[in-house]
Write a protein that binds this ligand. Sequence first.
Ligand code: HEM
Length: 213
Amino acid sequence: MSYKYIAPIKPLTTGSIKLLLIIASPCINGNLLVCTLKCFKMLIVSILKSSVKNNPEINMYLTLLALHSLVRWFVLASLLFAIFWAYRGWLFKKPFRAFDDRVRHITATIAHVQLVLGLWLYFISPVVSYFVHHFSEAVHERQIRFFGMEHVTMMLTGIIIITIGSVKAKRKTTDQEKFKTMAIWFSIALLVILSSIPWSFSPLISRPNFRPF
Ligand code: HEM
């Protein structure tokens, strides 16, 4: 993080003094080390929070990150529905109507919106920036390498598969072929995407399921 992100230390407010007193309570029990560490942590958090609030670049990064995190649920929901709909149409030999075509089109569009957000994020992310500028060390750090390389490659692959599937389905001449193409290509894309989401429960790369704006 560059020097310009460090904001001047603000005077303590009544709220933070109260918080300090609560945190300082372990001192009464004689646990001075715990107390010092907690106070130190609180000070760092408060300095970082105020610097984030005052910095438009970080604000934009955090907003974009929260948006990208949220849109992931739209990508997954639309893909799941499109796959269910395509298998239903294929297996039960339904006619391919305008609604089915809309499902195909909307699913691909949501994936493209996520692609744009992801690309934008890629160029402003401090994690990626660290990866690019310290490649030889960063490539050995799992968290950094994941966002700098693996996540992007897999997600681009997933979105390309959705796009190809969508275009191919559109060009097919029979209704059953349209449903079948959608079902197969979208299913493969879903597996690729699912494998590269930093799930909150993942022991390897974990990020929150919902990030506040
Ligand atoms: C279907 C496609 C995608 C899904 C579902 C997805 C999902 C996610 C999720 C859940 C996160 C974690 C957000 C958080 O920390 O709260 C993330 C982070 C990120 N994604 Fe994606 N993503 C997709 C495509 C892409 C693409 C195509 C790119 C770039 C070309 C990209 C670049 C990034 C970057 C740079 C980060 C975060 C780096 C940081 O922490 O600074 N994503 N993505």
